[in-house]
Each structure stands twice: as structure tokens, then as C-alpha cells.
Design a protein around this ligand. Structure first.
Ligand SMILES: [Zn+2]
Length: 737
């Protein structure tokens, strides 16, 4: 009976998916094992137990030169309760009997994996085995040339960094057959708790004969020679590749569960809008997952680690998510044997913890050339261990959420997804950080009431590609009292990236698209307008005496379909910026609103027909940040769960645990905030924190989890105010009930 209900549910999902949300079309096509895992609460397994992960990735000569006891002792000193250890794939660290499974040339008759595993088990640790199937040696090439990836010119691909090795095809028999045997052998010999694969999903497009034949069988087309997602072969490829990989995941998972039903296959997967594997399906398949963004690189604030926590949680819910951090550098030149500054490690890990990630350190090479990181991680992990009960979050109490959309990136963004999609999201994200508004993220494939009704406001930073169903779900959310803030081309395209004649959400925005996009604009402005009574709309808070602020770079020409009296900002069109004698506005005033504000019942709608979020990310104009903050605050229209007043830039999150509430404050204030690494931690001055108490809860105790100072707190009604005298990198206010 139970399985029939599940089956019916799957059929309904497939029907819904077929009609509407289609990224990928097959997302409901799960194996029976995955279905039963979905229906059973996953937290009953081992998955929720580990809070601190340790990963040791051995290099091939480690068996001869490293000291396993050093590592076992380090795991113990750090209170690591789970480990990920190298087992097989490109190099086997156990006496495998599978032909062509390359044993470490330095292990002789030993079993390095088995020895470490035994040591971890003695300490009661969860252990998962790591495999890496992306590269093979010459003997594999000679025996099975068809297992090797092929480039678009028909050449088999040598490994880009280790030229004596070959790159494998992820979607053919090497993974489906050979690696299945490897995973079965590891599981049957060691009965590990899981198998985790790195680089399991391929190294770019493969044109081998298996991929050609399988793709043709799937859709009748040749493999794409274009990256344009509007071409049928590329559109089909995007969907087919995911189907192949989800099939592979479910195959490996099913095979190891036949041997050990408590084990799971855990692929190294997941991320945000630019991730090519559907996060909704990942969230359905995975009982536990790890975010593999190991450090900052290039221009990036430390909040990128916390962002991954939010993106994963959007589809994983409260299932455990490990936050992998390398203590090393993550720049493209790949120095793997040196380490980051202490301050950088601390701020990066703190932001992950503040955003619900369970710390997971990863070190490549069992022999250490640079040991500076050891004490730092030990100190962080010890703090984490001592405060574990306050870090086992049950729910985020954020009332605002930012939507992210992989289909928008894949089909509307295409090869320009970074600027057309991701930069909007990053700008919005940074504006919310600066505004100190705690927020979560929502996957656009999960817009059902159970996923979004805990939020008062959903933000759509240029979520251009939305299906009719998704638009209906958003409309229903507004009918139920939800507010929305949307920018630029949100809903102007369908889920496959085809432009609609008008916004899918035109009725909510109250405007129609005229078919014209203006830009790139130079020297265009926004005029700050007063109400007839000389007051200013709340979205202009802090901008009242500005007169005008700078415009974005692109704007959509829209016509109001509703009445928008007294628009707070209006367009000043571009005018020449040279010669200087000619720099004067040809049209100093228009009546064209550049923000559309509506109230429908208790719901508020903000639509900005320009690229405010993307421009903010590009030029970081503070006026844009304030306008975004004010727009979200106006739309949300309620007392926030937490406000934090004081100098600096903080990442603020608020959580409920079983018997407590926590507010995390991560101090990002640093000259190296936008580009790491931090050289030193610089304390920020006092912050006043006002926290809403959950209904009916009386605080028993309030403490800081980092500082030894006893907090001074005042309660007024249902809010409690705490002054935090100073924050070095991270402070947590914990309220026990
Ligand atoms: Zn292939």
C-alpha cells in the first residue's frame, strides 16, 4: 500500500514536471531505493551524527612516507567524528583484486586505507571512502580505449596536468561498469558508511563512441557542436547529461546498499544557479551532501562559503551539509602544498558555520610541507565541539529568501550566465549582507507552499526563465500574503529560455513590457521624488536629500497597466558625457517610474525594471545598496526577527535549535573583504542586537559562545536587546529556553 502511494506521488510529479517545470524533465524518475529513502526520514541513519569532518586525500607515494598515527591523533584532538579517506579510483590504497585498478606503487603488501579505517573505527568515527574516477593510467587506455574521453576533434584526451595519464568518459562503461565493481569491492571489504566520489561527473563534453550512440538513442541527434542552449541538440544534451549522471548515482547507490543498507553513495555535487546538475533532484536523492567550495579565489567576499550553505539547504532542507574547506589556496595555479593565513581560514569557516554548514577540512597529501594550519583548525574544531548543541540547528528563522534558478542560468544565461544571471544574484546577496537582513535561498523548482510560506518576502534577482506553473505558484504565494521583490527580466522568458511577449508575472508587476531594452546606458540617473505632502516614500530612506542617484546600465521599457501615483524614483535618460561642455541633461525630468510599488491585500510587490542588482555588483554604488535594502524592508513590512546596529559589515543569521535560539554575527569588516586572503582579524566595535523571542518562549540564559564576557540583556515585550561589545571574527548569541 505504502509503495502504491509513493508510486502515485511519483506519477503526479512526472505529470507536473511534464507540463511545466522541466529542469530536467526526468527529475521525478527516481529509483525505488531513492524513493524509499525520500519517504523515510533520513535523519534516522548515521547521517546526522557527525558534526565535524576530516578528509585526508592521500597522494600516491604517501604509503611510504606519511605517518598514519599522526593523522589519527589529529582526528582525535580535533574531535572529528567523521572521516573521508582515499580508497580507490585513479589510485587504489587497498589491495584491490580488480584488474586494471591501479594499486599505489608505494604500498607493497600493505593496506593504507584499511589501517586508517581501523584507527578511525576505534574512535567511533563515521568513515566514508573516497574514490576519484576522472583519470586512468596507460594500461587502462591499452585495454579499453573506449573508456577514454574524446574531444570534439576526435582525439582521446590526455590528462591536462599528468600527461602520462588519460581522462575518462564519465557517461560510459568506465563509470557504469568498472567503477561499479570498484565501489562494490570497497563496500564488501570494508563495510564503510558511504562512498564519496570526486570528479565523477566528467571533465567537459565527451565525443566518444558510447556518448555518441547513447545520445542518439536518447533524442535522435548528434552530440552538440554548439554551446547555444536554444539549439535542440544542446538543449537535449543539458537534460540528457543530467539523466545519465543521476542514473549513475542511483546505480552506485543501489549497488553499495545491496551490500550495506546503511551506506550511501555521495557524489561530490551541488551548488547554486551555475551548477549543471539539478539541485532539486540532488536534494531528493541525497541524505547527506558536502559543499565543495574550498576557499575564496579571485574577487570574492568570505560570504561565498555561507552562500553555499543557503543554496544547498534550499533543496536539502535540514539534512546535514558538510562545508568542505581546504586550508590551502584555491587560485587557478593550484598550489596544493601550501596553506592560507590563519585569519582567512577562520573567517571562511566561520561564515560556513554561521550559515549551517558542518565544517569539513580537507588536506591533500598525508605528508605535510606546511603545518601552520594544524593549530588553527584544532582550535576551531574544539570550539565547535564545546558548543555543538547550539550548532545543531532545527530551522532558520529568516523571513526573507532569495530565489535562484538553474534553468535561468542554463537556458537564458547560456554561455553568458555569469553576467546575465549570477552577477544579479551576487549583487542582491551583497546588498542583503550590508543591510544585515538574515535570509535564506529558495530553489525555483520548489515554490510549493511548504517550501516558501515560512518567508514573508521572496526576492527574484533577474530570475528570467520561469514556467507558467512557476508563475502561477508565485501568484498563489502573493494571494496567500507573500511579498515579492523582482528585478529586470524576471519572468520574461519561459523555462527553456524562449522570450515571452510579456512578463509571465505582468499582472503582479502591474506593468507591460514594450519590447525595448535600453543599454548599455552611460550617464543616466534616477530622480528622487517627493510625495505631494513633501514627505518621502520609505524606499528612499537615507536618500532623501540626494536629488538624484545613478541609474543602472540596462533598463526595460515598460508601460504601467495599473495606477502608480507619486512614483518615488523617475528616469533621467542618458545624456552626453563628453565634451564636458555638453554634459547637461537634455531631459531633466520625466514621469517614467523606475520602481513600481504595489500593495495587494497584505502582500507588497516591488518591481525594478532595471539591472540594479547586477550594477550594484559591478560598481558597488552605496545608493543602490540602500535602495535594495529599503525595497526589501518595505515589502516585508514586519518587525524583523533580528536587527543589528553598529559599524562594519556583518553576516547575520538566526537559528532555532531544540531548546535554544542563536544569532550568528560574522565580522567581514576587513580591507581584504572583497578579495582575500585576510591578513589579520580586526575587531569591530559594539553592536546592539534586538532579537524577537519566539511566541511563548521565556529565556532562561543568554550567553556569548565566543567571548567570555557576560552579556547585558534587556527584555521589552517580545524582544530582547543585547549589546555585543566587540566581535573579532565570529560571535554567537545563544538564548536558552
Ligand atoms: Zn564519452
Amino acid at each position: 500500500m505504502r509503495s502504491r502511494i509513493i508510486l502515485l506521488y511519483v506519477v503526479v510529479l512526472i505529470v507536473l514536471a511534464g507540463q511545466t517545470v522541466s529542469f530536467p524533465l526526468e527529475q521525478a524518475d527516481l529509483s525505488p531505493a531513492a524513493e524509499s529513502a525520500k519517504s523515510a526520514p533520513s535523519l534516522e541513519g548515521w547521517f546526522d551524527r557527525p558534526m565535524r569532518w576530516a578528509q585526508l586525500t592521500l597522494v600516491e607515494n604517501d604509503p611510504q612516507q606519511y605517518d598514519p598515527n599522526f593523522w589519527l591523533d589529529y582526528f582525535k584532538r580535533t574531535h572529528s567524528d567523521a572521516a573521508c579517506l582515499s580508497a580507490g579510483g585513479c589510485v587504489a590504497y587497498y589491495p584491490t583484486e580488480i584488474p586494471l585498478h591501479h594499486r599505489s606503487a608505494w604500498m607493497a603488501d600493505s593496506d593504507p586505507f584499511g589501517e586508517l579505517l581501523a584507527g578511525c573505527r576505534k574512535m567511533g568515527m563515521v568513515v566514508i571512502a573516497r574514490t576519484d574516477p576522472h583519470a586512468v593510467h596507460q594500461d587502462v587506455f591499452d585495454a579499453h580505449p573506449d573508456w577514454i574521453a574524446v574531444d570534439e576533434n576526435g582525439n582521446k584526451r590526455r590528462h591536462w596536468s599528468s600527461p602520462d595519464m588519460w581522462v575518462t568518459c564519465a557517461l560510459g562503461p568506465y563509470n557504469f561498469e568498472f567503477m561499479t565493481e570498484v565501489h562494490k569491492e570497497i563496500m564488501s571489504r570494508y563495510m564503510v558508511d558511504g562512498i564519496f566520489s570526486n570528479r565523477w561527473s566528467g571533465s567537459g563534453m565527451c565525443y566518444c563512441r558510447h556518448c555518441q550512440a547513447n545520445f542518439k538513442e536518447y533524442c535522435g541527434l548528434e552530440l552538440p557542436r554548439t554551446k547555444n542552449p536554444l539549439q535542440p541538440e544542446m538543449k537535449n544534451y543539458i537534460v540528457w547529461r543530467q539523466k545519465r549522471l543521476f542514473d549513475l548515482w542511483q546505480l552506485w547507490d543501489a549497488e553499495i546498499r545491496k551490500i550495506n543498507p546503511n551506506a550511501r553513495y555521495i557524489p561530490n555535487s551541488g551548488g547554486g544557479a551555475l551548477t549543471s546538475l539539478d539541485m532539486k533532484t540532488i536534494g531528493q536523492l541525497a541524505d547527506i551532501l558536502f559543499s565543495d567550495k574550498q576557499a575564496r579565489q579571485g574577487l570574492a567576499p568570505p560570504w561565498v562559503n555561507g552562500k553555499r550553505g543557503k543554496e544547498f539547504r534550499a533543496t536539502m532542507g535540514q539534512k546535514p551539509i558538510g562545508g568542505i574547506f581546504s586550508v590551502g589556496l584555491e587560485e587557478p595555479y593550484r598550489w596544493k602544498d601550501s596553506v592560507q593565513t590563519e585569519a582567512e581560514i577562520r573567517i571562511y569557516v566561520a561564515d560556513g558555520i554561521a550559515n549551517g554548514l558542518r565544517p569539513w577540512f580537507t588536506k591533500f597529501s598525508g605528508y605535510l610541507y606546511d603545518t601552520r594550519w594544524l593549530d588553527v583548525v584544532e582550535d576551531i574544531y574544539n570550539w565547535h565541539f564545546q558548543n555543538e548543541k547550539y550548532l545543531r540547528n532545527v530551522a532558520s528563522l529568516a523571513r526573507v529568501a532569495v530565489v535562484y534558478s538553474q534553468q535561468t542560468a542554463a537556458f537564458y544565461g547560456g554561455t553568458k550566465a555569469r553576467e546575465k544571471v549570477q552577477d544579479h544574484l551576487l549583487g542582491m546577496y551583497h546588498a542583503l549582507i550590508e543591510a544585515r537582513i538574515p535570509f535564506e535561498m529558495v530553489h525555483d523548482g520548489l515554490l510549493e507552499p511548504k517550501n516558501i510560506d515560512r518567508f514573508k518576502t521572496l526576492i527574484f534577482p533577474n530570475i528570467a526563465a520561469l514556467s507558467d506553473l512557476q508563475c502561477r505558484q508565485i501568484r498563489d504565494y502573493v494571494k496567500r500574503g507573500g511579498s515579492i521583490v523582482a528585478t529586470y527580466e524576471t519572468s520574461l522568458y519561459d523555462q527553456w529560455g524562449h522570450r515571452r511577449p510579456d512578463f509571465g508575472l505582468a499582472d503582479l508587476f502591474g506593468v507591460k513590457f514594450n519590447g525595448t531594452i535600453q543599454g548599455p546606458m552611460k550617464n543616466s540617473y534616477l530622480k528622487i521624488e517627493k510625495n505631494p505632502d513633501a514627505s518621502f516614500h520609505p524606499v528612499l530612506e537615507g536618500l532623501e536629500n540626494a536629488g538624484r542617484i545613478v541609474n543602472g546600465i540596462y533598463r526595460l521599457d515598460v508601460t504601467p497597466a495599473e495606477k502608480f501615483p507619486n512614483p518615488p524614483i523617475t528616469l533621467i535618460p542618458p545624456y552626453p558625457d563628453l565634451p564636458m561642455e555638453k554634459v547637461y541633461p537634455r531631459q531633466p525630468q520625466t514621469d517614467i517610474p523606475e520602481i513600481y510599488l504595489r500593495q495587494i491585500g497584505s502582500s507588497r510587490i516591488v518591481y525594478l525594471p532595471w539591472d540594479i542588482d547586477r550594477t550594484f555588483w559591478e560598481i558597488m554604488n552605496y545608493d543602490h545598496g540602500r535602495l535594495l535594502r529599503n525595497a526589501v524592508t518595505w515589502a516585508t513590512n514586519e518587525q524583523p526577527p533580528v536587527t543589528v546596529t553598529g559599524p562594519g559589515v556583518l553576516d547575520v543569521t538566526i537559528w532555532r535549535q531544540k531548546n535554544s535560539l542563536t544569532v550568528h554575527l560574522v565580522n567581514l569588516t576587513n580591507p581584504m573583504m572583497m578579495k582575500g586572503p585576510f591578513r589579520e582579524l580586526i575587531p569591530v566595535a559594539a553592536q546592539t542586537v534586538s532579537i524577537a523571542l519566539p511566541p511563548g518562549k521565556k529565556p532562561k540564559d543568554i550567553k556569548f559562545l565566543k567571548s567570555s564576557v557576560t552579556p547585558y540583556a534587556e527584555q521589552a515585550g517580545s524582544r530582547i536587546t543585547v549589546t555585543v561589545p566587540s566581535i573579532l571574527d565570529h560571535e554567537v548569541i545563544a538564548i536558552d529556553f
